[in-house]
Design a binder for this molecule. Structure first.
Ligand SMILES: Cc1cc2nc3c(=O)[nH]c(=O)nc-3n(C[C@H](O)[C@H](O)[C@H](O)COP(=O)(O)OP(=O)(O)OC[C@H]3O[C@@H](n4cnc5c(N)ncnc54)[C@H](O)[C@@H]3O)c2cc1C
Length: 457
């Protein structure tokens, strides 16, 4: 049984673009299967909690299958830390259920309000990519519902090509019903963090390379407004899970208990004038000034991994027109020059990002359309303004020339040509897609925009 709920306008997290879709909200797996019996001119797409930024989870005038109620835990092996759960289980559910037993996520993006099925579809990465790679590396197996109605299991051993097409496959190879995931053993809910403030881009990159291998997690906040001598300065945050012995004595009895923070919220869309170069300069300067280098700071896992989650609807801070996050990965070769070109171009064109995050990436998980590759990844948040997309097209060109690519889970505007040029394994992915979904039942706005099923011209 399933019911057609709403014909409604929805968006991704960036609130751009908007799409009118038919929303279905099945309560059980049977309902997901039943939904596919409906006629939808633009087919169907599974959706988690809508935290992909652009149009990855949109399907204009098509069906959207909300997976949020397909959220049961099915099995857990206490000795190995392997959990089997339905795809709509959120990362927050996994943490609240298993952290008290000493298990944490093996890889986590910067929000826990997302579903495990979607994290596999995006092959998400975290601050430990240089060390562990993306979530695909920790997926033991998947159970997929194909458009034919058939349910198949896939893993590295069983239907491997379908497995690798689904990891990072943006929900287009099948609807993931179940995921078997390897969790990470931890002793506490706390992190020990070293903060290093750097003076310029050269020092930022050098510090990453010198220190990274000694830490499980690393990430840098960059001041993208600073020019001249301070160009590329930032604050690097190196972290690891604290052991019980690391904790102050008062915390050792309850190592998984962390302080509850009161959520704040952005109640209305902020007007555009609030985010201008002057306010950004002031914000960046203040952030830099208040984050001096410090070693061995105790931080609870929420503060370290999910700093934005406690500000509900923070995406409203960018104003009514919404925002895009532009995230690329650039190979290490000429990485310094290419990062400089990107930041300089943005500054020259007065496109100042509100938030800039830099990380180092290691090897790919093998997902055919997975984003990560060894190199630097930089994510820049831009409120939508007239002329912004022209600037981003210029940045895309730098990425193409560098041999890098853009992240589909964040993208809302790259051209199909850019995508086809930078994802060379697309034909291999298309072969799997044609086999499991010959009629193109699973579709999305992203897939149509990037002409995912078309051969490059
Ligand atoms: C504050 C913030 C920080 C972030 N940080 C990071 C980060 O550090 N690293 C990173 O990699 N990403 C990051 N992201 C992106 C986000 O984590 C991913 O896009 C995540 O997959 C979103 O999950 P969701 O449940 O909201 O999925 P949605 O946005 O609803 O869907 C995302 C994709 O998953 C597909 N999908 C959903 N459910 C299924 C299913 N059951 N079967 C098959 N396909 C499915 C959808 O079709 C869509 O293509 C961040 C996002 C936010 C808002």
């Amino acid at each position: 049984m399933t019911s057609l709920t709403l014909h409604k306008q929805i968006t991704g997290w960036g609130r751009y673009p908007r799409a009118l879709c038919h929303l279905y909200r099945p309560e059980r797996v049977g309902g997901v299967i039943g939904t596919l019996q409906h006629a939808e001119p633009n087919g169907f797409l599974p959706r988690g909690l809508g935290r992909a930024y652009g149009d990855a989870a949109l399907n204009s005038e098509g069906g959207i299958i909300l997976m949020e109620r397909i959220d049961r835990f099915l099995a857990f092996d206490e000795s190995t830390g392997v959990v089997r759960c339905e795809a709509g289980v959120s990362l927050a559910d996994i943490i609240s259920t298993f952290l008290p037993r000493g298990w944490f996520l093996p890889v986590t993006p910067g929000t826990k309000f997302c579903t495990v099925g979607a994290c596999v579809a995006c092959d998400v990465h975290g601050k430990n990519h240089h060390h562990d790679g993306s979530i695909g590396n920790f997926v033991r197996s998947l159970t997929l519902l194909l458009p034919s109605g058939e349910t198949v299991r896939c893993s590295r051993e069983q239907n491997p090509e379908l497995f690798y097409a689904t990891i990072g496959g943006m929900g287009l190879t099948g609807i993931t019903l179940e995921v078997e995931l390897q969790l990470r053993r931890v002793d506490t809910g706390w992190m020990v963090v070293d903060y290093v403030r750097t003076r310029d881009l050269d020092e930022t990159l050098r510090t990453f390379h010198e220190r990274d291998e000694h830490y499980l997690y690393s990430v840098a906040w960059l001041d993208c407004v600073a020019q001249g001598r301070g160009f590329g300065r930032g604050v690097l945050m190196f972290g690891r899970h604290a052991t019980v012995d690391n904790l102050p004595p008062a915390r050792r009895q309850n190592p998984f208990t962390i302080p509850r923070k009161r959520d704040k919220s952005v109640p209305v869309d902020l007007p555009e004038f609030v985010l201008n170069p002057l306010s950004l300069k002031a914000f960046n300067g203040a952030y830099y000034a208040t984050h001096p280098s410090r070693e061995g700071v105790f931080v609870d896992y929420n503060t370290y991994f999910y700093p934005l989650d406690s500000i509900l609807q923070w995406n409203r801070a960018y104003g009514k027109r919404g925002f895009v996050q532009w995230q690329c990965v650039l190979p290490y070769e000429n990485g310094m020059e290419n990062l400089t070109r990107i930041l300089e171009t943005a500054q020259r064109r007065h496109a100042y990002p509100f938030l800039s995050v830099l990380k180092r990436m290691g090897e790919s998980s093998g997902g055919i359309l997975s984003f990560p590759m060894p190199g630097y990844t930089i994510a820049l948040d831009f409120p939508i303004r007239n002329g912004l997309f022209e600037v981003l097209n210029e940045l895309d060109k730098i990425v193409i020339e560098a041999g890098g690519r853009l992240y589909l889970a964040k993208d809302a505007r790259m051209s199909a040509e850019t995508f086809h040029t930078t994802y060379p394994q697309l034909p291999r992915w298309q072969a799997v897609k044609t086999q499991v979904d010959p009629k193109g039942v699973l579709q999305s706005d992203l897939a149509r925009r990037l002409r995912l099923m078309e051969v490059a011209k």
